[in-house]
Design a protein around this ligand. Structure first.
Ligand code: A2P
Length: 334
């Protein structure tokens, strides 16, 4: 007989938290009891789960007694603050923040990429950066077949990466600009409506942002490829909730676009959207609310005189594969 689990969602009112609850319901995760946790501001509000009202509680260190799995998406500081309380209560923390991702004692997992790493956990499992998760769903099967050596990536990231307030700012600001009203950016450093911003997370000493370096460091960890070379430019664009990425990939061995398509057609979590003659390619509006990552625009890199380079384009729902879905899939592996 299958067990029913006590599952807590920490940050249940946030953009990712809301999707975590929906994903637990949609995938029929064996939830015996659901605890929805947020700040005092949200305590007392109700959320429907399988037709029943669940009341949101203020999160405290005592909230995790009897909890089996705690899905965290309330920001890195909160995850750091609550880690000991969660682990000492016997729950497994699946954390969506960047707080523990590079900690050698914490597995960083995308189930389509490195499911075996889940077994190494000691109470905490990290959910990767959203753009990295979306990229690796497409790249890992190609890597297994041909060995990835170096990548150059440009990202086109949706407003949802800045949480519910980021999505609201894009919607409100678009109206304000159309109406010729004053705008005052808050969630982003600059205006996001009818613009793009080549700046996500803070800048580091070498000129890259932390977001760009997450792509390198988290990809190395999940592919178990410490020598991987990767350069990334991360850009915020006025899309609502799906991230896109242009990937230029150099392989150890030759690979043709047809071979790549055959590999990706069978890869879990991937839907091929690669029929340019009929205007079919990955786009954020088509990836929105989909579990799979869309992959297309697959072509041989013409800047090389061998067949070891490919270019492709991916789009994936930032709130699902980039966050909530991946966390629930990790819980399913557990
Ligand atoms: P609340 O809505 O009560 O502020 P997002 O990433 O979309 O901005 O969401 C952040 C999530 O983290 C929200 O659910 C928010 O709850 C929650 N949160 C923020 N601060 C705290 C806190 N001190 N304790 C518990 N949850 C918090």
């Amino acid at each position: 007989m299958s067990k029913n689990y006590c599952v807590a969602v920490a940050g249940a009112t946030g953009a990712v938290g809301v999707e975590m609850v929906k994903t637990l319901e949609k995938r029929n995760f064996p939830v015996g009891k659901l605890k929805l946790l947020a700040s005092a501001r949200s305590a007392g509000k109700c959320v429907k789960f399988h037709g029943e009202n669940v009341v949101i509680e203020e999160m405290t260190k005592e909230s995790f007694k009897g909890v089996d799995i705690a899905l965290f998406s309330a920001g890195g500081d909160i995850s750091r603050e609550y880690r000991d309380a969660v682990v000492s209560s016997g729950a497994v923390m699946i954390d969506n923040s960047s707080a523990f991702r590079l900690d050698p004692g914490v597995p960083l997992v995308v189930p389509e990429v490195n499911p075996e790493d889940v077994a190494l956990h000691r109470g905490v499992i990290a959910n990767p950066n959203c753009t990295t998760a979306i990229m690796l769903v497409a790249v890992a099967p190609l890597h297994r077949a041909k060995g990835v050596k170096r990548m150059v990536v440009s990202t086109y990231q949706a407003a949802s990466g800045a949480g519910a307030k980021g999505m609201q700012e894009l919607i409100d600001q678009t109206r304000q600009v159309l109406d010729g009203r004053e705008i005052s950016p808050k969630a982003f450093a600059h205006r996001i409506a009818f613009n793009l911003i080549p700046h996500i997370d803070s800048f580091t000493d070498n000129g890259y942002t932390k977001e760009e370096l997450k792509m390198l460091n988290e990809a190395r960890k999940m592919l178990h490829l410490p020598e991987l070379l990767l350069s990334c430019t991360s850009v915020r664009i006025p899309a609502l909730r799906a991230h896109s990425e242009a990937l230029n990939i150099e392989f150890e061995r030759e690979i043709t676009p047809d071979e790549a398509r055959a590999i990706l057609a069978k890869a879990p979590g991937v839907t091929l959207a690669d029929d340019p003659a009929n205007n079919v390619y990955p786009m954020p509006v088509d990836a929105t609310e989909k579990y799979d990552v869309l992959v297309g625009r697959i072509r041989q890199d013409i800047s090389r005189n061998d067949r070891r380079g490919l270019d492709l384009f991916v789009s994936g729902d930032q709130l699902l594969k980039g966050a909530a879905l991946n966390a629930v899939q990790i819980a399913e592996l557990l």
